[in-house]
Design a protein around this ligand. Sequence first.
Ligand code: GDP
Ligand code: MG
Length: 163
Amino acid sequence: MSNIVAIVGRPNVGKSTLFNRLTETRQAIVDDMSGVTRDRHYGKAEWIGREFTVIDTGGYVAHSEDVFETAIREQVIIAIEEATVILFMVDVTTGVTDLEDDVANILRRSKKPVFVVANKVDSNKLNYESSTFYSLGLGDIYDISAMTGSGTGDLLDAVVDKF
Ligand code: GDP
Ligand code: MG
């Protein structure tokens, strides 16, 4: 069976930007089913000769904060079941939110490899505090810029190591 890398995290952290970068010209497998399934996009990716499936989660249509948090939690639980590796994406420009503490609690109890991906590290000139994400208790933090691609090579090296 193919290795699966799921990208989870709250809206706006850059999940889709990373998904697009990893899958680039490859054909995205998009289905139009309802609910949680509709909120998952599958694409093919490859790194140093290793092919894998990437899942982008999100695009939630939620009418209240509660529904919205439930949707994210649901995606995390599915990722724990189905993914080989989980990328928990956070945003260095906003830091840790309550929702992210919640998600981290769920992920810590799973046995799946989880990588905390601190996105929007666009330039080393800026004084980012990605070390704040160690408080999530999920180990090493991978600084990346999904926009420029910076740091994604080191991340992918570590990811394919888990296959
Ligand atoms: P998603 O909701 O998690 O899928 O996030 P998106 O991929 O849609 O990105 C949300 C916003 O963050 C968009 O305006 C992106 O252009 C921006 N963004 C994504 N990655 C980066 C990055 O590495 N650096 C910066 N500065 N902005 C980014
Ligand atoms: Mg998105």
